[in-house]
Ligand binder design. Structure first.
Ligand SMILES: C[S@@+](CC[C@H](N)C(=O)[O-])C[C@H]1O[C@@H](n2cnc3c(N)ncnc32)[C@H](O)[C@@H]1O
Length: 144
């Protein structure tokens, strides 16, 4: 989703670093600046003006599938706690009044379920077109 995957103003975080050959022969790399778990981020509180949370959205992918290689997978039956922890960590590392963009694709899990889990209402949300399943949610951390 990034225009510049090496933007020096951005810290890219992922839990894995790897190269894959996709089914059509193209290669695909995950090369984060920091390898870390979104459930326990290695940054002090109130660090960032902007956080983008784009977790996996499939809880049923086979680990070798194209979808799993490209987007990762949620842990089966545990994804609710994982996403809640991830969301809370995003809020923790944001500066007061900072912005969180949360990208969610509801192919498997409806957005309404995610909103129940995180228990915070977004300011607004965008979905491009009626048939699109991808939502971009915008949250703002309250001033302390
Ligand atoms: C939808 S992809 C993100 C793609 C990214 N926005 C981009 O433009 O390249 C979701 C990523 O979350 C990573 N992921 C899964 N579980 C994670 C965790 N617990 N902590 C950090 N990253 C995780 C996966 O490895 C996967 O690469």
């Amino acid at each position: 989703m990034w225009f510049d995957k090496h933007n020096p103003n951005v810290i890219f975080q992922d839990i894995r670093e790897d190269d894959y050959v996709l089914c059509d022969g193209r290669t695909f790399s995950v090369k984060p600046d920091i390898i870390a778990d979104f459930r326990s981020m290695p940054y002090p509180d109130n660090s960032f003006y902007l956080v983008v949370f784009d977790p996996p959205h499939m809880d049923n992918s086979n680990d070798n599938s194209y979808m799993a290689q490209k987007y990762g997978t949620l842990r089966r039956f545990k994804w609710q706690d994982d996403l809640k922890q991830g969301f809370n960590q995003c809020m923790r590392v944001l500066k007061p009044n900072g912005i969180l963009i949360f990208k969610w694709n509801e192919t498997r899990i409806p957005l309404s379920r995610i909103l129940e889990i995180i228990e915070i209402q977004p300011l607004f949300c965008h979905k491009s077109g009626k048939s699109s399943k991808t939502h971009w949610l915008c949250f703002m951390k309250e001033a302390q």
